[in-house]
Design a protein around this ligand. Structure first.
Ligand code: ZN
Length: 504
């Protein structure tokens, strides 16, 4: 059995199903570029049949990526498969990923089909895929709650019809590691022609076992892992890419498996995702959290100083957590800035470089040295905003203690190309600011979430604000970065208003 593990990333598909993690096309392209740099083997770009927006995103990514295989998800139905192929066909190496449920529960209540009919659907559907490409993956949805022998028959049918990858998902996050490993071994041993396919797993984290189940499956013979950055995804999420990769890397002695991931790109990738969806990485998150390499206790610090390996099983550098040696500041030229962003995974055209370069200079006037994190925030802010109906021009906010005038905000902004101004009060300065803007736009969305993070240390740090607004069934995330957190708040609020306006 070969020892190479293939990484299949579904951050843009399953990950995007995570509430509040909707991304626009620019953002998806940027992440896709970063994932290619990270060394992902297969990128699942989306589910083309769900909406025209999804279709366009998958198509554009398929056309623009170089080396990665690009997968599109589709149900095991001809119309879905056709739509999927239409979106991915121009990729260098497209993969059709087709899915059908095999558990009694799903077959009876969701599909309303007998098991024999399900096998027939697999045969017909996979053959339809194979007519387009020989790169076909079949997923048996809810595999972990399927009958073992029926699962083998489903896999057999799919392989006979032309599938080269058989995915066994723990769709509902129900499996236990030993049990799941045993299931994978059983299916591989009892499926005819199993040597003609690569077995894959896709584990959800409902019981916090996504990574453990994935590793158990790899130890049992699976050779493709379906994962997402930071483990984002439907409900409690998926197996976290960075955790599976580092377990295989740090414990190569145990697993004896290899992969093609550039581990030093793990942190930059997770960081880019966090900024894109406006959700900070939790401090205690393994591998990429702020505290993952922080040694607090005196005994540990003492040990670390004497010999790093006393308390450190991997270096921060190995997962890409280092300060870059190339420092960007006030005197950096356009080329240095371009170079820097390219190293960070952002391919920018000339017009975008001009915008970013201006923003770098403005920020460098306020802050001596710009860290990588400042620059990531800045490029997200400068480039990836969707075309705006509303643009903030000036903000002035007055704080106050309880006695006299309440906190006051004045705002000047462009609304559909026309300059407007407004002023008003609030319980606090942020409240005042949001009231004024909402008033000026004649809307009253509900503020569901408001979070401030200092991107880098020090009182001159760039503050990053994310807000989530709700209007009826629609929610939108907005973010803004600025050394003044009130200005950052206003930017984030206007950004979210723009998204609400676009129903994006
Ligand atoms: Zn999933």
């Amino acid at each position: 059995m070969q020892n190479r593990v293939y990484f299949f990333d579904t951050t843009l598909r399953d990950g995007e199903q995570s509430p509040g993690a909707t991304m626009n096309l620019q953002e998806k392209l940027c992440l896709a570029n970063q994932l290619e740099k990270l060394g992902i083997d297969v990128l699942e770009a989306g589910f083309p049949a769900t909406s025209p927006g999804d279709f366009e995103a998958v198509k554009t990514i398929a056309e623009q990526m170089d080396s990665m295989q690009i997968a599109g998800l589709c149900r095991c139905l001809e119309a879905d498969i056709d739509r999927c192929w239409e979106a991915i066909r121009h990729a260098k190496n497209p993969r059709i990923h087709t899915v059908l449920a095999t558990s009694p529960l799903h077959m009876k209540h969701k599909l309303r089909k007998r098991s024999e009919d399900v096998l027939k659907m697999i045969e017909v559907g996979v053959k339809h895929c194979s007519a387009y490409t020989d790169n076909v993956e079949f997923s048996a949805e809810d595999a972990s709650r399927s009958d073992r022998d029926f699962l083998c028959r489903a896999a057999e049918t799919a392989i006979r019809a032309g599938a080269r990858i058989i995915n066994i998902p723990d769709t509902v996050g129900y499996a236990q590691p030993e049990e799941f490993g045993a299931l994978i071994a059983y299916v591989i041993a009892n499926t005819a022609n199993s040597d003609k396919a690569i077995f894959s797993v896709h584990c959800h984290n409902d019981l916090g076992l996504g990574v453990a189940n994935t590793l158990a499956a790899l130890a049992a013979g699976a050779r493709q892992a379906e994962v997402t950055l930071s483990g984002i995804g439907e409900r409690a999420g998926n197996a976290a890419l960075e955790e599976v990769v580092m377990a295989l890397t740090v414990r190569k002695d145990y697993f004896g498996l290899t992969h093609a991931i550039a581990t030093e790109q793990l942190y930059p990738s997770c960081r880019m995702l966090a900024l894109t969806i406006g959700r900070p990485i939790p401090d205690n998150k393994a591998i990429v959290g702020a505290n993952a390499f922080a040694h607090e206790s005196g005994i540990h610090q003492d040990g670390m100083l004497k010999h790093r390996e006393t308390y450190e099983i991997m270096t921060p550098q190995s997962v890409g957590r280092k300060q870059s040696s190339l420092v960007i500041g006030k005197h950096s030229g356009r080329n240095a800035v371009r170079n820097k962003f390219e190293n960070m995974g952002y391919k920018l055209d000339d017009a975008q470089i001009n915008v970013v370069f201006e923003a770098v200079k403005q920020l460098a006037d306020r802050k001596k040295v710009l860290h990588d994190d400042d620059l990531t925030a800045l490029v997200q802010e400068a480039i990836h905003r969707i075309p705006d109906r509303y643009r903030l021009r000036h903000v002035s906010v007055q704080s106050s203690d309880c006695g006299g005038v309440p906190p006051t905000a004045a705002v000047i902004m462009d609304v559909d190309g026309e300059e407007k101004s407004g002023a008003g009060f609030g319980v606090g300065p942020v409240d005042a600011l949001f009231n004024v803007i909402a008033d000026m736009l004649g809307q009253t969305p509900e503020l569901e979430q408001y979070a401030v993070t200092a991107i880098t240390g020090g009182t001159d740090a760039l503050g990053e604000v994310t807000v989530r607004l709700r209007e009826n069934e629609f929610t939108a995330m907005g973010r803004g970065a600025h050394p003044d957190i009130l200005v950052a708040s206003a930017k984030a609020y206007v950004n979210a208003m723009n998204r609400l306006a676009k129903k994006y």
